[in-house]
Design a protein around this ligand. Structure first.
Ligand SMILES: Nc1ncnc2c1ncn2[C@@H]1O[C@H](COP(=O)(O)OP(=O)(O)OP(=O)(O)O)[C@@H](O)[C@H]1O
Ligand SMILES: [Mg+2]
Length: 411
């Protein structure tokens, strides 16, 4: 296999690890040339708790993607999530000093540095600093202040921080599997890049990633992130409820959930039967699909309501003119859109990666949103000009702040 500078997204999730290999063709179109996935057992609620198990999953997922692509992977962009993630908004101000008071790249870098200068506890590090808007002499709403003339330059930014040790454990797993981490990206930011339209982000949209161990939320307004949070609950709780209520092992409950689950009871026909496998010599039982929906719906509604309450508390609920976009494996559950519409009183849809040509359509599922988004970020991480029209400070756009502490530990 030939090594190359392919774009590799590695999503280390609580349920599965997925690797997506992308490449731009001669027409500048992204092609997905390899997709690999492996079950994940080394994480709890989005955080690595077992290095050995996680590195095995990483190894298996990347190898499967390499086989499909016929390319060898060296560098990857990996995602981070978990209850330790926090987002905050900050503002910086500088005087424009250059000749003719024309705003230069250096002024933009200085104002971002000023906005970044907030007190962050020792055990946390900055993962992203994302400009929301620039203000030049009281004139706000500026996306690109370069070359404008002004005396005072202000920047409003969204800063995302996470636990240093959680990130280091992620890097360690990837290194031990034999790959170098180019960059770490917040998982919901990666999913956003893969599934949200520019119009939605401008209008105001809430992305909800319904994962196995975490539920991630990210609010975009006027084209930039304003609110980030990660709930340490997810689809595993739904499976757990089914397992207890139906008195069946987790594996059987998971299968019933995927094959017969629905989280919006009005969608289920009365009397549709579902077989519950027997356990410990007990014969199989028959349940009604509506009974299953009645177990799933309250838990899914609880998770979505927790998201709504958090977003409402920050005052962003009434700014979601672009609606709610659901992604992650949980978005495959029938009724998820209907339930979200009821909880949020707004339009909702399922978000999945767009059409990128290349291999079979396996990546076109909400389960692959994060991995595809990470591959899109890989372009920026590898130092290429991104195709995203954003104003990037010299130090690496959204990936700024990270390089100082992202150390690869090869052993
Ligand atoms: N067809 C389906 N119907 C309902 N739920 C599903 C379906 N397919 C997958 N899920 C659920 O989606 C969840 C896994 O989603 P996903 O693959 O996005 O998680 P992950 O990325 O591994 O985890 P996390 O992001 O929380 O670390 C599991 O709880 C699984 O039961
Ligand atoms: Mg995930």
């Amino acid at each position: 296999m030939q090594p190359s500078d392919v774009l590799v997204g590695l999503d280390i999730g609580t349920t599965k690890v997925s690797a997506v290999i992308g490449e731009y063709d001669e027409n500048d179109q992204l092609q997905i040339i390899g997709v690999g996935t492996a079950p994940s057992t080394g994480l709890r609620r989005g955080v690595v708790v077992n290095i050995e198990a996680t590195l095995k999953s990483v190894d298996a997922a990347v190898e499967a993607a390499e086989q499909m692509a016929g390319r060898e992977v060296q560098n990857v962009v990996t995602g981070i999530a978990g209850g330790h993630i926090e987002g905050l908004n900050s503002r910086g101000v500088v005087a424009v000093t250059g000749r003719g008071r024309e705003i230069t790249r250096t002024d933009v870098d200085r104002v971002i540095d000023a906005a970044k200068a907030v007190v962050i506890p020792m055990d946390r590090e900055v993962i992203h600093v994302i400009p929301q808007e620039y203000i030049v002499d009281e004139q706000g709403g500026i996306k690109n202040p370069l070359d404008m003339i002004g005396v005072r330059l202000e920047a409003e930014v969204h800063i995302i921080t996470g636990s240093v040790t959680s990130a280091q454990n992620l890097v360690k797993c990837v290194n031990r599997a034999g790959f170098k981490v180019e960059s770490i990206v917040l998982e919901s930011l990666a999913s956003s890049r893969a599934v949200l339209t520019r119009e939605e982000q401008e209008l105001g949209v809430l992305l909800i990633d319904l994962g196995g161990g975490t539920t991630d939320m990210l609010v975009h307004i006027d084209g930039a992130p304003y609110y980030t949070s990660v709930l340490p609950v997810g689809g595993a709780q739904v499976t757990n409820d089914l397992s207890i209520m139906l008195k069946t092992p987790m594996e059987a409950a998971e299968r019933i959930k995927r094959e017969a689950g629905c989280c919006y009871a009005p969608m289920v026909e009365e009397g549709e039967p579902v077989i519950i496998p027997g356990v410990g010599g007990r014969p199989p039982l028959q349940a009604k699909r509506s009974d299953i929906a009645n177990i799933i719906q309250p838990r899914m509604a609880e998770i979505l309501t927790m998201v709504r309450d958090k977003v409402q508390k920050k005052g962003y609920l009434k700014r979601l003119f672009g609606g709610v976009v659901l992604t992650g494996g949980g978005a495959l559950m029938p009724g998820a859109v209907e339930l979200a519409q009821e909880v949020f009183h707004t339009a909702a849809r399922v978000g999945m990666p767009g059409n990128y040509h290349g291999v079979a359509d396996i990546y076109r599922s909400p389960e692959y949103s994060t991995a595809v988004g990470l591959a899109l970020f890989a372009e920026e991480a590898m130092g290429h000009e991104t195709r995203e029209p954003s104003v990037k400070p010299k130090s690496g756009g959204m990936l700024t702040g990270l390089r100082g502490w992202l150390r690869n530990f090869f052993e």
